[in-house]
Design a protein around this ligand. Structure first.
Ligand SMILES: [Zn+2]
Length: 301
């Protein structure tokens, strides 16, 4: 499932292509994508608008439009946003790059299509159909995202801020990171990678961290996400970048999906467990399991 680095990759690739382009037409092929708005209404509202820029908040991709409105999209589990060039459309025998040449497959999974003024198309494909989009006034964006946690690459995200958010939380660190209300944009892949870098066990209670752990986790989160961006995102299954190509981060994982392999740091072996219903990879040799912090014991008589 696309996380911050995957959405950021798509955003950076598409922004120079889309900025200033007029959307001739939006077609919504799946009512679920636009809900609760009616597809025809969303089509009418977005068609004819000019794209001012692209942005990202957590795992949300923002298509900034004219007249102070933004089309917010979430790729959820299997969504992809891909720019399709003219010749690709005209030559079906060449096949799409979207799904290893299976043009019919990507067309079947097409949920929405933007036709741009230069003739190119932006396709939102999504086999599992959890992806979504909604149009919002820019003035309401802050309220819409008020429950979303800190942006990991913002100045607000510091070791101290992380400590404040984590304080008194009893949830395991893995769940704490998956829950978007503390830190935005970290999902299953980068939570494992960040915790490994920080040498913290995924089942440690979030509130049990001390200041040195806040520092380590802060650094681990930023480094793991930056590695993901540098690798063009991770394509474990469906993810493709804005050009329809696979990322390479899956080849650079330190622990994620590496069960049974040697730990890159110690003599241990990468293990797998399930936390919050998600496969979780870690090294029991070098990732410290913190104890829940207790109140100071009463003096014995
Ligand atoms: Zn280890």
């Amino acid at each position: 499932m696309p996380e911050l680095p995957e959405v950021e990759t798509v955003c950076r690739q598409l922004e120079p292509e889309l900025e200033g382009q007029r959307i001739e037409r939006l077609e919504v092929f799946d009512a679920r994508w636009a809900r609760p708005a009616r597809p025809k209404k969303l089509e009418a509202e977005v068609s004819g608008r000019t794209i001012r820029g692209l942005g990202r908040r957590g795992k949300y991709l923002l298509l900034v439009l004219d007249r102070d409105q933004t089309l917010v999209m979430h790729l959820r589990m299997t969504g992809n946003l891909v720019l399709v060039e003219g010749e690709e459309k005209l030559d079906p025998s060449e096949g799409m790059r979207l799904y290893e040449g299976e043009r019919s497959t990507s067309e079947r999974h097409l949920r929405a299509r933007f036709t741009l003024e230069d003739g190119r198309e932006l396709w939102f494909t999504d086999p599992r159909r959890f992806g979504e989009a909604f149009l919002i006034d820019d003035g309401n964006l802050a309220t819409r995202f008020e429950r979303l946690g800190l942006e990991p690459f913002s100045d607000d995200f510091t070791a101290d801020a992380l400590g404040e958010i984590a304080a008194r939380r009893t949830a395991p660190l893995k769940s704490f990171l998956l829950n978007q209300s503390g830190v935005a944009g970290v999902g299953n892949i980068y939570a494992d990678e960040a915790l490994f870098r920080a040498q913290l066990h995924p089942l440690s209670p979030a509130g049990s961290m001390r200041s040195e752990h806040h520092e380590a986790l802060h650094e681990g989160i930023v480094a793991a996400l930056q590695a993901g961006i540098d690798g063009g995102g991770a394509s474990i299954d469906d993810y493709r970048d804005g050009r329809g190509e696979r990322g390479s981060m899956q080849n650079e994982f330190l622990v994620h999906t590496r069960e049974g392999e040697p730990c890159p740091r110690c003599d241990g072996t990468v293990a797998r467990t399930v936390v919050a219903g998600r496969s979780t990879y870690y090294c029991s040799g070098c990732q410290v399991r913190l104890r829940r912090r207790r109140r100071p014991a009463r003096k014995s008589p």
